[in-house]
Design a protein around this ligand. Structure first.
Ligand SMILES: [Zn+2]
Length: 181
C-alpha cells in the first residue's frame, strides 16, 4: 500500500497509508494547500492534483429560484367555489347553494341539463304511455316509438319511471337529469 508524506507549510508528516490520508482530509486536518509525495512520484505535488483532489468545501448552491416560482406550482385542490347564483363560496360537495338554492355546477353529479326529475317523473307517471317525458327531454324518436308500442306494453313505461326517479334518465344530449326541482 502506498505510503504518503504530507508537507504543510514546509513541515513534513507521515508516512500515512492512503486510507489515513483520506481520513485526515475528511476531518480537515490537511489543508487544501498541502503538498504530498509518495515513492514513485518525481516531486511533491499539490494535494488537489493527486488522487485526493480536494472536493469543494460546500456542494455548489442550486441556482436561485425564478421569482414567480411560487405561482408556477400547481394550486392546492379547490373545495370551495363561488356560487353561480349569488357568488358566495359553497363547498364542492353541496348539490345546491345553501344560500340561494342555485345548482352547484362544481358538484361531481352536476349535469348541465336544465331538465328536472320532478317534471319528467310527473309527465311519465300520468302521460308516460304517450311518451311525454321523452318529448320533454328532447328524445322525440323514442317518444314516438313509445306511443307506437303502447309504452312497451307498459313495461317500458315502468322502467322509465324508475330510471327517472333514481336520477339516471338522460336528456337528448346524454346529460343525466339529477336535479329534482
Ligand atoms: Zn348561491
Amino acid at each position: 500500500m502506498a505510503e504518503w508524506y504530507i508537507s504543510v507549510g514546509g513541515v513534513r508528516q507521515g508516512p500515512y497509508p492512503t486510507a489515513e490520508v483520506q481520513r485526515l482530509i475528511a476531518e480537515g486536518s490537511i489543508p487544501p494547500e498541502a503538498h504530498v509525495w509518495r515513492d514513485g512520484m518525481v516531486e511533491w505535488q499539490p494535494l488537489s492534483q493527486t488522487e485526493f483532489g480536494i472536493p469543494p468545501l460546500r456542494p455548489p448552491l442550486p441556482p436561485p429560484m425564478p421569482y414567480p416560482a411560487m405561482q408556477l406550482s400547481p394550486p392546492p385542490p379547490q373545495s370551495m367555489y363561488p356560487c353561480r347564483g349569488c357568488g358566495r363560496p359553497i363547498h364542492v360537495t353541496a348539490a345546491a347553494c345553501p344560500h340561494c338554492g342555485a345548482v352547484n355546477e362544481h358538484h361531481p353529479d352536476y349535469s348541465p341539463t336544465d331538465k328536472r326529475i320532478l317534471i319528467a317523473f310527473v309527465l311519465c307517471f300520468f302521460l308516460g304511455g304517450l311518451g311525454m317525458h321523452r318529448f320533454y327531454v328532447g328524445k322525440w324518436g323514442t317518444a314516438i316509438l313509445m306511443i307506437v308500442t303502447l309504452a312497451g306494453l307498459g313495461i317500458w313505461w315502468l322502467v322509465d319511471m324508475i330510471i327517472i326517479a333514481t336520477g339516471n334518465f338522460t336528456d337528448r344530449d346524454g346529460n343525466k337529469i339529477t336535479v329534482w326541482l
